[in-house]
Design a protein around this ligand. Structure first.
Ligand code: ADP
Ligand code: MG
Length: 248
């Protein structure tokens, strides 16, 4: 616990919420503390992700313990892996009997969705949920939405989908993608997603995710007060993680 306090102090981490778990000090800690997938760990190391960044030290244990998270950390601090690592691990541990879309990541722009997708592919490399079933991750591109609408691709094929709000709403409205099995939803750059231009779309998406056990998280470099209010209204007893200085 003392070590954890020192670690937190070193990166000016402020964590608020009940029963906050200790941060990890290394990715190997995940093996001892959680039954973390060995393949996933080697994918991290193979991609030169050797030491977790502060937001990863704090965010990964929280997510693995199924907590809702509102995270704020500076640009370039590794927020993407902070939500992707536990998401991939959870899909693996929830097991092969589950099917359909379980992980959903919302990004305000196509470019960012693309980056998240390529980072996710690094983690998903050779990860199998079953002998014959590789973990399936997709970027909801224009062509994939057309394929889903035309039933060329089964809506049950993917475990994780990354999308912008409008593209996702479009396939959901056309009944080409079912969100009722989604167990983990991540809002990246939440300050934008909960801003005036997007907030209705974000709301639509949340309303379509009707699994009562859904776990939510929001990641952002800044948390304006309106985002904080929305976060509080949609996530009951979430944990707030702030790394460095909170900007408004
Ligand atoms: P943010 O979303 O916080 O702005 P990103 O998730 O885009 O930051 O990460 C910034 C860069 O840091 C990316 O190139 C990413 O691959 C790299 N990165 C993330 N985590 C680690 C890590 N643990 N070790 C080394 N590099 C990392
Ligand atoms: Mg980011």
């Amino acid at each position: 616990a003392e070590e954890a306090a020192a670690l937190r102090k070193s990166y000016k981490g402020k964590i608020t919420g009940e029963d906050v778990p200790l941060p990890i000090g290394s990715f190997e800690d995940l093996i001892t503390r959680f039954s973390f997938d060995k393949r996933l760990l080697s994918n991290l190391l193979d991609n030169h992700f050797v030491e977790p960044t502060p937001i990863q030290c704090e965010g990964i244990p929280l997510a693995l313990l199924e907590r809702d998270i509102l995270a704020c950390a500076p640009t370039g601090s590794g927020k993407t892996l902070a939500f992707l690592i536990p998401l991939v691990q959870q899909i693996i541990s929830e097991g092969k009997d589950q099917s359909g879309l379980r992980g959903l990541i919302i990004s305000p722009t196509k470019e960012l969705a693309n980056q998240i997708f390529s980072e996710c592919m690094k983690l998903a490399h050779r990860v199998y949920l079953d002998k014959k079933r590789p973990l399936q991750v997709a970027l909801l591109s224009k062509s994939l939405s057309a394929k889903l609408r035309n039933k060329v691709v089964s809506e049950k094929k993917y475990d994780i989908i990354i999308s912008t709000p409008l593209r996702l709403i479009d396939v959901v409205k056309n009944e080409a993608l079912d969100l009722s099995q989604v167990k983990h939803i991540v809002f990246d750059e939440a300050d934008k997603l909960f801003d005036k231009t997007f907030v209705e779309q974000t709301d639509d998406i949340l309303n379509s995710c009707n699994n009562p056990k859904i776990r939510k998280s929001m990641f952002s470099a800044t948390i304006p007060s309106n985002v904080e209010e929305i976060a509080e209204s949609i996530m009951g007893d979430s944990v707030r993680v702030i790394i460095g200085h909170k900007e408004a």
